[in-house]
Design a protein. Structure first.
Length: 305
């Protein structure tokens, strides 16, 4: 099944220290790494590591970071055929500080990601028209996301929308009516519904509010407290998997990649959310963004415990 990801491509520069610096403070850290990141990239790698055919649409710059991103994508089994090298805008980067408790602070420079526009959708129109599932996030312009969603749904595909980073300025009118599945975490749910869910009952209410906005299925992630789902045919709460978390930076991306993979295998929403929850949990047991994505064997092992 064709799964397309329209989204961001970043290079992550991660520093590690005992604690995160206060404003105006300089700290000595103990290590750093340069890896692949960006929500679109992370989701594509998550799909690829599960064995899915991930086709990524996005932009990188014609610079050293772009070379790094392209090489990492190739090494991780993700096709770069639909990734445009932008001569005007630099490759997106994220500077991530991680402390001894696995808390993180992230600064993102969007670069070429913020230039993804209708021309990118036109050059990949055959791919989008043939997509059975499309994943999208909000590290590229929201209007580009909306146009991509309309194209894919018009051709009969399923659209999964990860509303991250949280849409502080709101979404265009009717946006969710062009989405099949929306997957906010607590923060994103609060911005989209007006309150922050902290338990299964509150997550159920948030899901109802999101569905009233036109989306067919709502999946509300509560991090280490589990995940709630609801569509026209089913609803329920998936308890969290117990793992030793050391880095949560890509948990949401791996969750969404896992969700798309499971739905592509014709799993029910309940089955797909349970699978996705295992993917997200396992990603927290490894350091890094794209590099933390689990394999299918690892997911099956966790689910079989």
């Amino acid at each position: 099944m064709s799964i397309v990801i329209v989204g961001s491509i970043n290079v992550d520069i991660t520093t590690r220290s005992d604690r995160l610096p206060q404003p105006g403070e300089t700290l000595h850290g103990h290590s750093y790494s340069i890896n692949l990141g960006g929500k679109g990239c992370n989701q594509a790698v998550a799909l690829s590591k599960l064995g899915g055919d991930a086709q990524l649409v996005g932009r990188i710059g014609k610079d050293g970071f772009g070379d790094i991103a392209k090489q990492h994508l190739t090494d991780m089994g993700v096709s770069t055929h639909y990734v445009l090298s932008d001569a005007v805008h630099g490759t997106g980067i994220a500077v991530i500080g991680v402390d001894a408790n696995s808390e993180n602070s992230i600064t993102v420079i969007g670069g070429a990601n913020l230039a993804v526009d209708e021309s990118d959708l036109e050059r990949t129109s055959d791919l989008l028209n043939g997509a059975e599932i499309m994943l999208m996030q909000l590290e590229i312009p929201v209007q580009t996301c909306l146009s991509a969603a309309k194209k894919v749904r018009a051709a009969g595909g399923i659209v999964i929308f990860d509303p991250a980073p949280a849409p502080v300025n709101g979404l265009p009118e009717g946006f969710l009516q062009n989405v099949d599945v929306v997957t906010p975490n607590e923060t994103e749910a609060e911005i989209m519904t007006g309150f922050r869910p902290t338990n299964a009952k509150e997550a159920a209410h948030a899901a109802d509010l999101l569905r009233e906005k036109g989306v067919a299925a709502a999946v509300v992630k509560l991090g280490a407290r589990g995940v709630y789902f609801k569509d026209d045919n089913s609803e329920g709460f998936i308890e969290p998997y117990k793992v030793n978390a050391i880095d949560t930076v890509a948990a949401g991306d791996c969750f969404n990649g896992g969700l798309a993979y499971a739905l592509s295998k014709k799993k029910t929403l309940k089955e797909a959310v349970r699978f996705a929850a295992a993917c997200g949990a396992l990603s927290t047991t490894k350091q890094g963004a794209a590099t933390s994505a689990p394999s299918l064997e690892e997911v099956k092992a966790l689910m079989g415990r």
